[in-house]
Design a protein around this ligand. Structure first.
Ligand SMILES: Nc1ncnc2c1ncn2[C@@H]1O[C@H](COP(=O)(O)OP(=O)(O)OP(=O)(O)O)[C@@H](O)[C@H]1O
Ligand SMILES: [Mg+2]
Length: 383
């Protein structure tokens, strides 16, 4: 799969931008604040409906404007040509409760269901903040899993939404339960939805982590000088139950057993909303004991492994976006990353500093100079 063209209007620092891309390696080069990450952010937004660096959609709208638009034409193996467009408009919105109105179009038809949109294009991004994949809270790793699985199973997007809603409603009921006994019945109604969706979410995560583990070991070995093996494990309240039906039973049992505690806490204390991925090297937690370099390599290996699992499940590689990550690695590792990505149909990397390695790779790549919200392809006609 690859992005063929990208169009931006009033998006971040871009007043207007139209770029053509193609298969292969693309290098976006330019000084700080030139607008490199904003391009990757727009591509990520098209694939996922969200920015990778902010939860606040209004930050994407160019200052002193009240709307923004990003559009992209994707070429996919399975569905042919797909055009995606996201429009953000300042003002009150019913759909995007605390942000601007957001309209997502697939082939010019507005879509409301996330499961109709997410996964149309598959994109994996690795950026400077992604060290938090190791160092951050479990929530970051759950988000990583959600982003990956959503791109391969559209049912997961619906399961996840159902799970969030059931959890939120159950928690609200729990808060009122102490004062109103009648809430117990409503609680039961949410319990059955929570049990169903929790089992589906957990089952999908378990399968994904299993595949991820296989790929992450090979990639990590290629990237690191470590003799010791990286291991990842799905750590979940439902982890001991095998298969969806056992997970369902286990979730029901957990809700029953923790009922009194949940009422006292005013929230649900057990379930996949507490899921975690444990990442260890030589049996030791990378989060607690890994060096900065080990953590960075582990985070990068996880992301590249995610791309490979997506490729395996979709039978097509996702678009790989590498934001300023090569300069953080020593030359041998950076070279390995570029070697590993050779089989991916489209890779877009950004860099603020041009070096020997990129010089070497640039002959087989398209290079774009990015500065002050303008983009110029090297070797292309300036006219
Ligand atoms: N909503 C907005 N409207 C206008 N400009 C914005 C908006 N949001 C961010 N900017 C500006 O866009 C510029 C480009 O940011 P971006 O993060 O894309 O740069 P970059 O090339 O990735 O830089 P770096 O190399 O430092 O990571 C910055 O100067 C930033 O202040
Ligand atoms: Mg940047």
């Amino acid at each position: 799969m690859y992005l063929k063209s990208l169009g931006l209007e009033h998006f971040r620092c871009y007043d207007r931008l139209d770029i053509d891309f193609g298969p292969g390696l693309h290098i976006l080069v330019g000084g700080n604040a030139g607008g490199k990450t904003s391009i990757l952010e727009a591509i990520y937004l098209l694939a996922s409906t969200k920015s990778h660096r902010t939860a606040q959609d209004r930050q994407l709208i160019q200052w002193e404007h009240d709307w923004a638009r990003a559009g992209g034409q994707f070429e996919t193996g399975a569905a042919g040509s797909v055009s995606l467009r996201v429009t953000l408009r300042n003002g009150k919105s019913a759909t995007n409760t605390d942000g601007p109105a957001k309209i997502v179009e697939v082939n010019s038809v507005p879509r409301r269901r996330f499961s109709d949109i997410i996964g149309q294009a598959a994109v994996v991004l690795f950026g400077p903040d992604d060290l938090s994949l190791i160092k951050g809270s479990p929530r970051v790793r759950r988000r990583f899993l959600n982003a990956g699985i959503s791109q391969v199973r559209s049912a997961y997007v619906d399961d996840l939404m159902r799970h969030r809603r059931a959890l939120r409603q159950r928690n609200e009921c729990l808060k009122r339960h102490a004062s109103e006994r009648s809430q117990a019945e409503i609680l039961c109604a949410w319990d059955s939805q929570l049990v169903e969706s929790a089992a589906s979410v957990s089952q999908a995560r378990e399968e994904f982590v299993q595949d991820l583990g296989r790929h992450v070991r090979t990639i990590h070995q290629a990237l690191s000088a470590d003799q010791e093996e990286i291991e990842i494990a799905y750590d979940s309240d439902l982890g001991k139950a095998v298969g969806r039906s056992e997970k369902r039973d286990m979730m029901r049992e957990l809700l029953e057993r923790s009922f009194d505690r949940d009422v006292a806490l005013g929230r649900t204390s057990r379930g996949p909303h507490r899921d975690e991925i444990d990442v260890t090297i030589g049996g030791q937690s990378v989060r607690s004991f890994g060096s900065q370099g080990q953590q960075r390599t582990a985070a990068l290996a996880l992301t590249l492994a995610q791309a490979q699992v997506i490729e395996e499940w979709r039978r097509e590689a996702p678009i790989l976006l590498l934001d300023d990550c090569l300069s953080e690695l020593d030359e041998a590792r950076a070279r390995k990353v570029l070697e590993l990505t050779q089989s991916v149909q489209q890779v877009i990397v950004t860099t603020a500093s041009w070096d020997r390695l990129l010089e070497e790779y640039s002959s087989g790549a398209r290079v774009f100079d990015v500065s002050h919200g303008t983009v110029q392809e090297r070797g292309a006609d300036a006219g």
